[in-house]
Ligand binder design. Structure first.
Ligand SMILES: *[C@@H]1O[C@H](CO)[C@@H](O)[C@H](O)[C@H]1NC(C)=O
Ligand SMILES: *[C@@H]1O[C@H](CO)[C@@H](O)[C@H](O)[C@H]1NC(C)=O
Ligand SMILES: *[C@@H]1O[C@H](CO)[C@@H](O)[C@H](O)[C@H]1NC(C)=O
Ligand SMILES: [Cu+2]
Length: 252
């Protein structure tokens, strides 16, 4: 009796170690700048370029803007011309799409909390999912649909350049059920942050290795900065912009 109790306790402790390794949790973002709008527009004929004759004629875009009151990011997803099959997943990936459109070069899912792929995302605990796993958190594109639209607010993504959860210098990738990449696009800022927007440039947050790998180009367009000033993204790095933003705040 005593032995079996001890053994079962030991067993519980052993499985407990494996099963209860806590997943990191993403912090809710509350300081997203208002007015800023970014879009990732899927390219024409991507399925042919990527070598999938059965890849449909997929078109569409993912629009991202601040949720109400700066809380999270509202994503509006609209896709048409989906191929047969499914369900199709889609995610924010860690790196931008290069000039040649190669979706494989976008790397893994955007995962600043480093929770990894396993276990799969539990929709009821979105804070424990990869920030980039939008299909995991809000649902994949169902099988048999040639069109898909969805709109939701993700609390964990950031539009504040320099923060770990900032994703506008990254990409969105759509997948076949076997994970092969059908099409992909980069986010581009189409509307700058409002002047007087409370936030826009984050205080520098120290090293952000995921953010600086691969020489990721800044999104084209303008960077949101304090006091409504506009700076050309191509003329400076995000770090320089963040430092300048900090300096401007000191001056004001
Ligand atoms: C696409 O990118 C992947 C990963 O970087 C690379 O291995 C592959 O050769 C690239 N394909 C083409 C056609 O450039
Ligand atoms: C699936 O397709 C139907 C008909 O085209 C459409 O009404 C429905 O909204 C689509 N489902 C989603 C999730 O977009
Ligand atoms: C994945 O699925 C697509 C669509 O059915 C197919 O064209 C492609 O060859 C598959 N890739 C692999 C590696 O099985
Ligand atoms: Cu993906």
């Amino acid at each position: 009796m005593r032995t079996s109790v001890a053994l079962s306790l030991l067993g519980a402790a052993a499985t407990g170690v494996a099963a209860q390794k806590p997943l990191p949790t993403a912090a809710a973002v509350t300081n997203n700048p208002s007015c800023l709008v970014a879009e990732a527009v899927l390219p024409e004929n991507a399925w042919q370029k990527n070598g999938f004759p059965n890849g449909g004629n997929i078109k569409g875009k993912v629009v991202a803007k601040s949720g109400d009151g700066g809380v999270g990011v509202q994503f509006n997803v609209e896709v048409s011309g989906l191929p047969e099959g499914g369900p199709f997943t889609y995610h924010i990936h860690a790196k931008p799409v290069p000039e040649n459109g190669n979706c494989t070069a976008t790397g893994a899912h955007f995962d600043p909390t480093e929770r990894g792929e396993d276990p799969v995302c539990d929709k009821s605990k979105p804070e424990t999912c990869q920030i980039g796993d939008l299909a995991g958190k809000y649902g994949a594109i169902p099988a048999g649909n040639t069109t898909f639209s969805a709109s939701y607010v993700d609390k964990y993504a950031s539009l504040v350049e320099g923060s770990d959860a900032y994703f506008l210098d990254r990409s969105i990738v759509f997948h076949f059920p076997n994970k092969t990449r059908i099409t992909c696009a980069n986010f581009k800022i189409t509307e700058p942050a409002c002047s007087g927007s409370t936030t826009g440039v984050a205080a520098p947050t120290g090293s952000d290795s995921a953010h600086t790998t691969g020489g990721a180009p800044s999104p084209s367009g303008t960077l949101p900065v304090a006091a409504g000033a506009s700076l050309s993204a191509s003329s400076m790095t995000g770090v320089a912009a963040a430092l300048l933003g900090g300096a401007m705040m000191l001056m004001l």
